[in-house]
Ligand binder design. Structure first.
Ligand code: NAP
Length: 293
């Protein structure tokens, strides 16, 4: 298929590379120069990337960025054509997604929100899970592209519901990790080696995919971004915004949001969200460090 890929960050770049590997004809655009994908045509604007494409795939930071690449100067809107499908793998506001879909729908374009879970490692390995909202028939057409970048799709309902589900998922990831980080901090302060504690966690009912994924990074104190803290903070904000609209009270994640705000102030925004641990360590006056390493 002819695919335009807009946004070549941690996630977008390997996703676009996997489309090429699967034999699709791909044009790419990224806001800052210097990011390219081997085998793809490099476009100078989102509109140029989207020109003649059957599918436009977006993967940028946040709601404002999606709005910008769609409707800003030289945006995708200029190249919309009847029958085109837009798939958005950014994690953004469900309400804004519905608005964007309505606007492009007037030009005969279908919009399928397609946020992902699986992080950098899943994007590189082509094993992402897609959390999808949109018309069945549009999703059907996208299936070869989902297959090139991921291992499974979960349809949550109509357009916007993919984002709603994704935001609810990330709320849980943030809280599970926070529980893990607080547990490690307390244990370290009480003199328990994390290298001894973590195998116990994995063997017990406390174990989780989040903890399994983050443990090796924490033990090596490698906080380079797989999923940047600033983006998890954005997702916590999206969850709280959606909760406010739906009149739902979420006191746990409200508290976690405060931790992210202070971690941002401490300059950890571009580190992985696992770096929220560093703030807990600072408050406790302890470092979670194994003697076994
Ligand atoms: P990233 O590495 O920070 O990349 C963000 C991308 O968005 C870059 O290409 C950036 O361009 C572009 N961008 C930001 N603002 C823009 C604007 N105003 N106009 C045009 N382009 C703009 O982030 P990422 O980790 O790839 O994440 C991308 C999306 O996937 C986010 O919504 C994130 O929440 C979601 N996500 C990430 C993960 C993960 O583990 N990393 C997992 C699931 C979902 P520049 O190069 O010019 O900065």
């Amino acid at each position: 298929m002819r695919v335009a890929f807009v946004g070549l960050g941690i996630m977008g770049r390997p996703m676009a590379a996997n489309l090429i590997k699967a034999g699709h004809e791909v044009s790419v655009w990224n806001r800052s120069p210097g990011k390219e994908v081997e085998g793809a045509r490099l476009a100078s604007t989102p509109a140029e990337a989207a020109q003649g494409a059957e599918v436009v795939w977006i993967c940028v930071s946040d709601t404002a960025a999606v709005e910008q690449v769609l409707f800003g100067p030289n945006g995708i809107e200029q190249s919309l054509a009847d029958g085109m499908i837009i798939a958005d793998s950014s994690t953004i506001s469900p309400a804004a997604t519905r608005r964007f879909a309505e606007r492009v729908g007037k030009k005969g374009v279908q919009y399928v929100d397609s946020p992902v879970t699986g992080s950098k490692v899943g994007a590189e390995a082509g094993t992402l899970l897609f959390i999808v909202g949109g018309e069945e028939q549009a999703i059907e057409k996208l299936k070869p592209l989902y297959a090139a970048m991921g291992k499974k799709i979960f349809r949550m309902g109509e357009t916007g519901k993919g984002q709603s589900a994704k935001v609810a998922m990330n709320l849980q990831i943030a809280m599970i990790y926070e529980g893990f980080a607080e547990g490690l901090t307390l244990a370290a302060k009480l003199g328990v080696d994390p290298g001894t504690l973590i195998p116990l966690i994995h063997a017990s009912m406390v174990k989780s995919g989040v903890v399994e994924y983050k443990s090796p990074f924490v033990l090596q104190r490698d906080f380079t971004a797989n999923f940047p803290l600033r983006l998890m903070r954005k997702d916590i904000g999206l969850a709280l915004e959606a909760a406010k609209e739906a009149r739902v009270k979420l006191p746990g994640i409200e508290t976690v949001e405060e931790i992210y705000e202070v971690a941002m102030e401490d300059g950890h925004g571009d580190l992985d969200f696992a770096a929220t641990l560093m703030l807990l360590e600072k408050w406790a006056g302890v470092e979670v460090k194994t003697q076994a390493a």
